[in-house]
Design a protein around this ligand. Structure first.
Ligand SMILES: Cc1cc2nc3c(=O)[nH]c(=O)nc-3n(C[C@H](O)[C@H](O)[C@H](O)COP(=O)(O)O)c2cc1C
Length: 371
C-alpha cells in the first residue's frame, strides 16, 4: 500500500491522500478580488486528484498584499469574488480547500515577478507605505517600512480574525497562516528583521509572541472542527538568523495552542541567504519538527518524483508532501503518481475515459458504457 495515498487527518479534516498543492501567488487579482484567472487556474488544480489544495497567499488587508495583484480577503467584494470561484470548484470537485492567510509586512508593495519583483516605492502610483516589526528595509536601498506600534499590531490581529471569519463563511476547510518566506510574521520571528525593544522583540519568546497571538486569534474564530496550521521558514540560511532550534520551539508553542500541522519551508527574510538547493532540500527540517514535536508536518521544496515523495513518507520524515512547481508543470501529477505507485486517484467522471489501458483500476469509481 502506498504511503502517499493513505488518508491523513488534520484536526477534524480528512485528506484523501497526502499530496497537497502548495500555495502559489498568481498576481492576477483585481483589488484583492479573484478573477477568471483564478477560476481557470484553481479549477484546473481542483481536478488534479490531490489531497488538499491550498489557495495562494491571501492578504488580510490591502497594505498586506505582496503585489497589487495579490488575492485578498479583506472586503465584502473579495469574499463575493472568491465565493464564485469556490462554488464552481465545489460543483465539480471533492478536493479539500484551504486558504493561506498572509500579511507581507516590509515585503509588501512589490511588482509581480514577471515585472521584476522589485519594490514599488511608496510614493509611486501603484505603491504604498509598508509596515514591519522594525523600520529596516528588506534590501539595502529600499524605502524602509514603518515600525508597528501597539495599535498597528492590534489592527493586524483584527485583520487576520476578520479574514478568518470570511474564510469560515466561504466554507473553506482549513486555514494556513503564512509565517514563512520573509513576510510579516516571519519578520517578527527573525532577529534579522526584528530589532524591537519591547515585549515583541529580543529573546525568542518575545519574537514568537505576535505570531502566536495571531494564531490564537485565528484559531478562536475558525470553526473548531476545521484545522488551522502554520507555514514556517525553518531557517533563514543566514548566520545569526532564525534557525531550526527556534522553529522547533515555535512549533511546540503552536501545538499547545491547537495548531493542526506545520508546513515546513525555509528562507525568504534576507537577501544574504545562501540556499543549498537539491532535491528535497527542506525535508530534513520537516523531519526535525516532526520528530521533536510529534505534530503532523508537511514537507515541501523540490519534491518532484512520486517515488521520492513516497520515500519521504515511508521513512517517517513527514506526514504529507506539498508540491508547487511540479504540479503547475504537470497538473495531473497525482494521477501519474497513483499509476506509478499502484494506487487509485480521483478524477472527474468527464475524464474517466482517459484512463490508460495498462492502469485498469486507476480512477476510483470509474465506469462507462455506451449503446
Ligand atoms: C508561482 C509560485 C507562487 C508561489 N506563491 C507562494 C505563496 O503564495 N505562498 C507561499 O507560502 N509560497 C509560495 N510559493 C512557494 C511554494 O509554495 C513552494 O514552497 C516552493 O515553490 C518550493 O516548492 P516546489 O519545489 O514544489 O516548487 C510560490 C511558488 C511558486 C512557484
Amino acid at each position: 500500500m502506498s504511503a502517499l495515498f493513505q488518508p491523513l487527518r488534520l484536526g477534524g479534516l480528512e485528506l484523501p491522500n497526502r499530496i497537497t498543492i502548495a500555495p502559489m501567488c498568481q498576481y492576477s487579482a483585481t483589488e484583492g478580488c479573484a478573477t477568471d484567472w483564478h477560476m481557470i487556474h484553481l479549477g484546473g488544480l481542483a481536478l488534479s486528484g490531490a489531497g488538499l489544495l491550498i489557495l495562494e497567499a491571501t492578504a488580510v488587508s490591502p497594505e498586506g498584499r505582496i503585489s497589487p495583484g495579490d488575492l485578498g480577503l479583506y472586503s465584502d467584494a473579495n469574499e463575493a469574488a472568491l465565493a464564485r470561484v469556490l462554488a464552481a470548484i465545489r460543483a465539480h470537485s471533492p478536493i479539500p480547500l484551504a486558504v493561506q492567510l498572509s500579511h507581507a509586512g516590509r515585503k509588501a508593495s512589490s511588482r509581480a515577478p514577471w515585472e521584476g519583483g522589485t519594490q514599488i516605492p511608496p510614493d509611486a502610483p501603484a505603491g504604498w507605505p509598508t509596515l514591519a516589526p522594525s523600520a529596516m528595509p528588506h534590501a539595502e536601498g529600499e524605502a524602509p517600512p514603518e515600525a508597528l506600534d501597539p495599535e498597528g499590531l492590534a489592527k493586524i490581529r483584527d485583520d487576520f480574525v476578520a479574514a478568518a471569519r470570511r474564510a469560515a463563511r466561504l466554507g473553506l476547510d482549513g486555514i494556513e497562516i503564512h509565517a514563512a518566506h520573509g513576510y510579516l510574521l516571519h519578520q517578527f520571528l527573525s532577529p534579522l528583521a526584528n530589532r524591537r525593544q519591547d515585549a515583541y522583540g529580543g529573546a525568542p519568546e518575545n519574537r514568537m509572541r505576535f505570531p502566536l497571538e495571531v494564531f490564537e486569534a485565528v484559531r478562536a474564530v475558525f470553526p473548531a472542527e476545521r484545522p488551522v496550521w502554520v507555514r514556517v521558514s525553518a531557517t533563514d540560511w543566514v548566520e545569526g538568523g532564525w534557525d531550526i532550534e527556534e522553529t522547533v520551539a515555535f512549533a511546540r508553542a503552536l501545538g499547545e495552542r491547537g495548531c493542526a500541522a506545520i508546513h515546513v519551508s525555509t528562507g525568504g527574510v534576507s537577501p544574504r541567504q545562501s540556499i543549498p538547493l537539491s532535491p528535497g532540500y527542506q525535508v530534513p527540517f520537516a523531519a526535525r519538527v516532526k520528530a521533536e514535536t510529534g505534530l503532523p508536518t508537511i514537507a515541501v521544496g523540490l519534491i518532484t518524483e512520486p517515488e521520492q515523495a513516497e520515500a519521504i513518507l515511508a521513512d517517517g520524515k513527514a506526514d504529507a508532501v506539498s508540491l508547487a512547481r511540479a504540479v503547475l508543470y504537470d497538473p495531473r501529477w497525482p494521477w501519474h503518481a497513483a499509476a506509478k505507485l499502484g494506487a487509485q486517484a480521483t478524477a472527474p467522471k468527464q475524464y474517466w475515459r482517459s484512463q490508460p489501458r495498462e492502469y485498469k483500476d486507476l480512477f476510483s469509481g470509474a465506469a462507462h458504457g455506451q449503446r
